[in-house]
Design a protein around this ligand. Structure first.
Ligand code: S3P
Length: 171
């Protein structure tokens, strides 16, 4: 099989990194790797339990260790957790070895999705909408360092996948 660079999806919680990642991997016939799921499988704990019982630093270390390991592979679509790309060590490695895509949505859409979602997200537990928005504005500065910024608003999943595949195949 031809060696292709990994495609890494970054962006806020609720951006669809896992779902879009799965669809992309299917189309490209790549392996799909979801960092949150890998950490959950390894620890046999939910992310929310890891945060509660071991603390955020413990989670961030596992996130870093597992992401760096996965980044050594190729022909993969990798869905990061929302905080992954904020880690400079992870980000630098992605910039060296992979193609990164920021799934960029309006704050309002993300806040609605996060509030409605069943996925327990420890980071947002104690944040009101205003604080959550500030977090998004801050994080966006770093997500913007991804190779491509995909404005996702008013675009359905299928179209997003098409757009990303087009970018990837025309590199
Ligand atoms: C986090 C996002 C989560 C998960 C953890 C921390 C973050 O992943 O990694 O709860 O800091 O934004 P999703 O972006 O898949 O929700």
């Amino acid at each position: 099989m031809k060696i292709n660079k990994n495609l890494v999806l970054v962006g806020m919680m609720g951006a669809g990194k896992s779902v879009i990642g799965q669809l992309l991997a299917r189309k490209l016939k790549f392996e799909h790797l979801d960092i949150d799921k890998i950490v959950e499988n390894k620890t046999r704990m939910k992310i929310s339990e890891i945060f509660k019982e071991k603390g955020e630093n413990y989670f961030r270390n596992l996130e870093e260790k597992n992401t760096l390991k996965i980044l050594k592979k190729n022909n993969c679509v990798i869905s990061l957790g929302g905080g992954g790309f904020l880690n400079e060590i992870i980000r630098k490695e992605i910039q060296k070895s992979s193609i990164s895509i920021w799934l960029n949505w309006d704050h309002k859409t993300l806040i609605n999705r996060i509030r409605k979602s069943k996925k327990k997200r420890p980071i947002v537990l104690n944040l009101n909408d205003n604080k959550l928005k500030n977090l998004m504005v801050n994080r966006s500065k770093t997500y913007a360092k991804a190779d491509y910024n995909i404005k996702c608003e008013n675009t359905d999943k299928k179209e997003l996948v098409k757009k990303i595949i087009k970018i990837y195949e025309n590199l």
